[in-house]
Design a protein around this ligand. Structure first.
Ligand SMILES: [Zn+2]
Ligand SMILES: [Zn+2]
Length: 261
């Protein structure tokens, strides 16, 4: 067990022994679980004006229609109702998220979840249910936990909204998807994501907030949304830590595309 984990357990008492340091650069900070002012300047919180359906920031409110949608979402609305993102996915937020994925930096989840709670305050209603995008067990082996579930549970703790971390199950490894056509990928994903037969029982009529670390093309989130709507969810909205600018064609949902640290 590394020193970071020791501090993680001990909290304030251990701050004396291990002075709190920035999550990104290890500079001193007043309290554990924060980034320093300089690193915070490198993060780009998603702020208004941004699209209600895909959380893509716009340079001016004039680019959004009366319903708060960007031109792309006006043409074709995503299957989910609303999307909220804490940060643009750039170098700094990418570091926070990848460390959470690959280096067990669970304190990053608390920081990201705090920002996600703020970004999603209008969709985190008392009757909502948080459901993470699932990861296949094959991928969990190298990573030990589902980072979306870690984020969803951290948002639940901060917001008081209920979380069902295993409502969705990814039943097949989707590793060859990079060579598939978009249609083939979609069909493959559609078969891969299913409901947990017991845990999903309470979703009927509820407003589900689907949680993921990063939103790219939304292919996986679309499939999850469809499965949740078919399960009787009244609505599904999306809450993510990082929003990849829409023009990028990279789809981080697929393991082949992931960059190790
Ligand atoms: Zn820093
Ligand atoms: Zn949009």
């Amino acid at each position: 067990m590394g020193w970071k984990h020791v501090r993680h357990i001990g909290g304030a008492a251990l701050d004396v022994l291990f002075p709190p340091s920035c999550l990104l650069c290890a500079a001193d900070v007043v309290q554990a679980g924060l980034v320093c002012a300089e690193c915070f300047g490198r993060l780009h919180p998603v702020v208004a004006p941004c699209c209600d359906a895909c959380a893509t920031p716009q340079t001016a409110a004039a680019y959004l229609g009366a319903d708060g949608l960007c031109p792309a979402c006006e043409r074709q609305h995503p299957v989910w109702a609303h999307a909220r993102a804490a940060f643009l996915y750039d170098q700094a937020s990418r570091d926070l998220i990848l460390q959470l994925k690959y280096a067990d930096r669970l304190e990053n989840a608390r920081f990201l979840a705090q920002r996600m709670r703020q970004a999603g305050q209008d969709i985190l209603t008392p009757d909502a249910v948080l459901v993470p995008v699932p990861v296949h067990r094959w991928r969990l082996m190298g990573r030990r936990y589902n980072q979306a579930a870690v984020l969803a549970l951290a948002v639940a703790r901060r917001s008081g909204v209920r979380c069902v971390p295993d409502a969705l199950v990814r039943s097949k490894a989707t590793t060859r998807l990079a060579s598939f056509s978009p249609q083939e990928r979609k069909a493959e994903m559609r078969n891969a994501i299913t409901l947990h037969p017991v845990r999903a029982a309470g979703l009927d009529g509820r407003s589900v907030v689907l949680v993921d670390d990063v939103l790219t093309t939304g292919a996986t989130a679309s499939v999850c949304t469809q499965v949740l709507l078919e399960a009787g969810a009244a609505s599904v909205s999306l809450l993510v830590a990082g929003r990849v600018p829409a023009q990028k064609e990279v789809d981080l949902d697929f393991p082949v595309m992931e960059t190790p640290m």
